[in-house]
Ligand binder design. Structure first.
Ligand SMILES: *Cc1c(COP(=O)(O)O)cnc(C)c1O
Length: 388
């Protein structure tokens, strides 16, 4: 019933059988592939698979990129968040404020260290938390806040940092979707006590599997996280903390080190693609992403539009040969994993609205003009249902 009506011209992509992909990864770029496969061959021939100088080189380069003193490769973005919290001594009895509109990992990290996630709503326009929202959730048990730079957009950090500093509350940035985004000229991840990044393959900086990084200027916290990521091993065979292994594979680090050199260019291409998409969609039936705050940024991990007829719009896009996705269809507080928090439907209404109306359009550094044109044509040709 959501198929385009009679007389609706299908844009080119559908008629040609060419589809606009949601994302393209490294295998679509032969030059980069050759360079990365050579890296894999080198690491494999050295059998340099865990820790070591190749990992350290990437850690130094990534920390420098983030403008922090310390950087540590870890096994995932989720592990980075978890180890940052453990490194800060956060555990049972402590509360950590997290937005409900995020990937579930933001809250999971709080749960897995035994602390209590205090799940809050987000701003309507940006889908981010702000100081006001956090202030209303603070209790005497609040030990930490995790702002999420969602979709690549920077959270308004200064008021939040001020609020937290006054109360000795830690700030751990979830920068898993915002590698390289600047706030007042400083990269995200360098603004709070620690920054956490994911190198999941589809992220702005993605590896060939799972990976993540912790960055910080705090020497003691960084030292603890270094111990926590690998058997609590300070010096060889001397284990100071029972913790397990949460390392970034050296192979991943070496691949990421090559890709890090392209990140600025790739982020700029995302911004340019977003500008082109935004211009092409002006005046259409959908709400476009608002511009970043004056001293903020958006590195467009995702290009997310809003429509009250989101599901019908997505069916139309699909019929036009344009891929789309939803980030995220269910806010964290409505996930079964968090049912025992007792936050039912209607409790965090902004995020619930966003979850039912948001639609992510294709965006990636190698996006081509025709991808943008077809996407815009598909969105623009969507006929908004009139009977609701
Ligand atoms: C991807 C992501 C994570 C978790 O990263 P993994 O590497 O998949 O564990 C955490 N938070 C946000 C906002 C993310 O997008």
């Amino acid at each position: 019933m959501n198929a385009p009506g009679a007389g609706t011209a299908l844009p080119l992509a559908a008629t040609e059988g060419k589809r606009v992909p949601f994302i393209r990864l490294d295998n679509a770029n032969p030059e980069l592939m050759a360079e990365l496969l050579a890296v894999v061959e080198r690491i494999a021939s050295e059998s340099a698979f865990t820790l070591g100088p190749e990992l350290e080189r990437f850690e130094q380069n990534f920390a420098a990129y983030c403008g922090t003193e310390y950087g540590l490769g870890v096994s995932s973005g989720t592990a980075a968040l978890e180890l940052a919290l453990r490194g800060l001594g956060i555990g049972p009895g402590d509360e950590v404020v997290v937005p409900t509109y995020s990937f579930i990992a933001t809250a999971e990290a709080v749960s897995t260290v035994g602390a209590t996630p205090v799940i809050v709503d987000v701003e309507e326009e940006t889908a981010l938390i702000n100081a006001e929202i956090v202030a209303a959730a603070i209790t005497e048990r609040t030990r930490c806040v995790i702002p999420v730079h969602l979709f690549g957009r920077t959270v308004e950090m200064d008021p939040l940092l001020e609020l937290c500093r006054e109360r000795e509350i830690h700030v751990v940035e979830d920068a898993c979707q915002a590698h390289g985004a600047l706030y007042r000229g400083k990269p995200v991840g360098s603004l709070g006590d620690a920054g956490c990044f994911s190198f999941y393959p589809t992220k702005n900086l993605g590896g060939w599997g799972d990976g993540g990084a912790f960055v910080s200027d705090d020497p003691e916290l960084s030292h603890r996280v270094r111990l926590l990521r690998s058997h609590g091993e300070g010096t060889r065979h001397h284990h100071e903390i029972a913790t397990g292994t949460h390392r970034l594979d050296t192979l991943q680090a070496a691949i990421l080190d090559v890709k890090l050199g392209h990140l600025e260019d790739w982020n700029q291409r995302r911004r340019d693609a977003a500008a082109a998409l935004g211009a092409a969609l002006a005046g259409s039936s959908v709400d476009l992403p608002v511009p970043p705050i004056a001293h903020g940024d958006n590195v467009f991990h995702l290009f997310v539009i809003r429509s009250r007829h989101r599901d019908a719009l997505r069916d139309h896009l699909d019929a036009c040969g344009v891929a789309s996705a939803v980030h995220y269809p269910t806010p964290i507080h409505l996930q079964p994993a968090y049912a025992d928090l007792g936050l039912g439907p209607g409790s965090l209404p902004v995020a619930e609205r966003l979850a039912s109306e948001n639609c992510s359009l294709p965006i990636f550094p190698a996006i081509e003009d025709w991808h943008i044109a077809e996407t815009a044509a598909a969105v623009t040709s969507f006929e908004v249902p009139t009977d609701n």
